[in-house]
Design a protein around this ligand. Sequence first.
Ligand code: HEM
Length: 350
Amino acid sequence: PVMRDPQSGMWMVFDYAGVQRTLSDWKMFSSQRGRPQGKDAEHALSTSLISTDPPRHRQLRSLVEQAFTPRQVRALEPRIAELVDELLSAVQGTGGMDFIRDFAYPLPVIVIAEILGIPASDRDAFKRWSDAVVTGDPSGSREMGAYFARLIEQRRVEPGDDLISGLIAAQLEGEHLDTQELLGFCILLLVAGNETTTNLLANTLLCWQDAPDAHAQVLADRALLPGTIEESLRFRSPVQSMFRVAAQDVELGGQLIPEGSPVLAWIGAANCDPAQFPDAGTFDPARTPNRHLAFGNGIHFCLGAPLARLEASVALGAVLDRLTNLRVVDTPLEPIPSQIVYGVKSLPVT
Ligand code: HEM
C-alpha cells in the first residue's frame, strides 16, 4: 500500500486509508513545500490556492468560496441546461459525433468562462492552453497568463458582475489580491474545472459501455443518475493522483517517509481498494455508501464539486433523454498522456 518508487524517488500511496490521510493531514503532507515559486504566469498555478497550506490556504479559499456555494451553483442550472440543449441540437440527426470534441469539452469551458466573465470569442484558445498546462508545456501557461493579465487590467478599469471583477474587489486582511494571485485563481479554475469535468462525462459513457445493464437501468429510471455519477467518479476517477511533500518524518502504512520526500497519493487506486469498497471491480450505481475520494479529502476538497455534479447531472440527463440509442464506436481509444488526468483524447459515438 505504501512504497518508494526506486526510479523517481517518489513515495507512492495506494490504499484508501493512506490516500485519505495523505490528502487531508496537511500538517504532515504539505501542498506548498517544494512548489516552484515565482512572480510570473508560469508560476501562477504553483503559487495558487491548491498549492498552499494554512494559514494562507484558508484566506485564499474563503475569498473564492462565495462564488461556489451549492446555492450559487444551483442558480446556474437553467443556463447549463440551455448550453446542453444547444450543443446536443447541433449534432442531433447527424448520425454521430466525437462526444468529447462536440459536447463534453465545450460545456465546462463555456460554463467556467461565463463565471469568470471571458468573452465568447476567446474560448477556443482555452483548449490549447489548458491542454498545454496539464501536459507541462510552459508556452501554454505563458499565453494563458498574458491573456488573463490583460483581462484583469480591463476589469480593474471596467468591473462587471463576473468572478474576476469580484476577486479584484475582494480584500484579504485589508489588502487586495495582486495580479499574480488573481492570475493563479483564473488559471486554477480553468485547469481544475475543465478537463476534469470533460472526463467525468466521457468516462461515464465508458462505464456504461462496460456495464450495459447499468445503462439500461438508468435509461428506464432517471433516479439512478446521481448514483451513476458517483460510481463513475469512483470507478474511472478523472483525477488519479495528487502530489504532496512530507513536512516531517511520517509513518504511513508501516513505512517511514522522511521529511522532504515527494509523495503521490493515488486516488484512482484508493477508489478501488477492496477494504473500503466491496466488489470494487464492479460498476454499481446503487453502491451505498460510496465514500470515494475522487474530489479529494479535507481542506483541499474540490471547490468545484457541486458545479461538476450539476453539470454532469444536467448533461448526462439530457444525453439519456435525447440520445436513447447512443453507442460508443468500437475503435481503439487513445488515453490522455498524464499521471494525473484520466480520460481519452476522443470518443466517437453513434
Ligand atoms: C481541488 C477533482 C471539478 C476547482 C480538487 C481536488 C481534486 C479535484 C481531487 C483536490 C486537490 C488536492 O487535494 O490537492 C476534481 C474532479 C472534478 C473537478 C474529479 C470533476 C469531475 C472542478 C471544477 C472546479 C474545480 C468544475 C471549478 C470550477 C477546484 C479547485 C480546487 C480543486 C479550485 C482546489 C481547492 C483547494 O485547494 O482548496 N479537485 N475537480 N474542480 N478543484 Fe476540482
